[in-house]
Design a protein around this ligand. Sequence first.
Ligand code: SF4
Length: 610
Amino acid sequence: MNDMDLRDILLRVEKPSRYIGNELNIIKKDIDENTIRFAFAFPDIYDVGMSHLGGHLLYNLMNEIEDVYCERVYSPWVDMEEVLREKKMEIYALESKDPISKFDFIGFTLQYEMSYTNILNILDLANIPLRSNQRREEDPFIIAGGPCAYNPEPLANIIDFFIMGEGEEVNIEIIELYKKMRDSSRDEFLREVAKIEGIYVPKFYNTVYNEDGTIKDFSPISDEFPSTIKKRIVEDFDKSYFPDKFLVPYIKTVHDRIMIEIFRGCTRGCRFCQAGTIYRPVRNRSIERISELARKLIDSTGYEEISLSSLSTSDYPEIESLVSAMMDEFEEEKISISLPSLRLDKFPIEMIEEIQKVRKTGLTFAPEAGSQRLRDVINKGIEEEDLINSVRKAFSRGWSSVKLYFMIGLPTETDEDVLGIKELGYKVRKEFFDRPKEEIKGNLNINLSSSCFVPKPFTPFQWFGQDSIEEFDRKIKLLKDNIRDRKIKYNSHDGKLSFLEAVIARGDRKIGEIIIRAFEKGCKFDGWSDYFDYDKWMEAFDELDIDPHFYANRTRDFDEIMPWDFVDVGVSKEFLKREWERAVEGRLSNDCRQGCINCGVNKEFSGDYC
Ligand code: SF4
């Protein structure tokens, strides 16, 4: 792509800096015959992709490997796509502006099932065949990793090979193998890469179905290939690779800040949460290492905020010491510290007040379920009192804006549980106004938000059939009809989108053809409500005679073979079954920091608590 062409294009699209690269800390390399070209592909727009921590990590890690040139590509927004197609130009990488079809590898991160049509759109704009079995010797290898890869089957006919688990070490092994096999055929390389632990090459596996559509057998086509794919983790997380510089975009992105992962994994065992099982065991990063990284990242980016990220930040063993170390280091420079995903039962209001001295923002809590009974079913491990105590403390310290996140459609849910969401909102309201007038500061603003529950693989709820769209709509209406207070706003997510997310998340190989057909009908940016076209998806199911309800709404037997059963995440199926049984009895399971409850991960992996 020459500068003139680019200039003409950029004059015709919004936010042109999505397509120019040249950000602070960009990596540019000379290309020669030894260069291995890797495109990190994020299947959504630049503004979203640039906030993805994994992208910053992989980009810098791959570019530290000799002879590897890792560049980036994001989904072009609809205006840019139109210009590219009109000018018959291929999608290009931001660093070199070279078409990604010329690369050796294109690596997609799978963060959300409803981004899969964007994967196809990027391949189509690169003139790369959508189906893996139609790829030519000269085509790049199409790789995928990330949380949604734990059920790879819906993309098995599209992706050449998957990475199960954490990429820090296995990506290096793939490159080392490729260096040795550059003159080999595509098939020869795929046969060898399939032998690296954590790599899954779908073409070497076969699925046989029963009459009723359930899986009868799933196995490798020969003993050459492993029958189970064991996820990869980095054992020494404290010393594991983390970049000391981030790309700094010219435009505002979703998260405009430094993100430092302070620990990986979670021990809480919320039964709806996939991340809570797939990232086990828990491994902490030391305060010394976090401080060292924070200093380098602030100096190399100029950012004014550091987010100490993890799945449950208040569970970091020395959270107070870590925050005061950060405040000591950065308060004078007016660098603010943010603590995402704080738990209600461990809500350090004093610390929040401390770190929000620099910048005060609203408070967000995630009770997840409206009643205590249902919170116990999902093993959330928080009491209503925890919420009331936290908002009472917050209101007494001047906060007046509160967001509460819930899910509807959880297993065993009743209308009473649903209305419990409204009740909690009203109780928070009461806490604000039930004080002496002179203490009431600010204008109360309560936001209740409910998403539609999607049962995910590798959770105790993986067998549970999702609520129908009609049932979601009925429950949303029930809440809307009953929340009658100007101080309390309620918004809900679209049941149809969550239905399709469940179909894909729990789907088998047949779903791959549905995704391709939906794409061919024009589906893309399905995660964006302006672009999501439910009817086109339903047409695809009709035309291919596949029943989506079979995947989303059907409760499955314990002995049914699940499309993802061949993936070994360490946590055993027996443990998940046990937790399902405890859920329907409304029995809690403790946080395993207080004592191991034998999820099984310690049989194959070691963490800080097992
Ligand atoms: S093996 Fe035990 S301590 Fe380790 S994550 Fe599982 S339940 Fe927790």
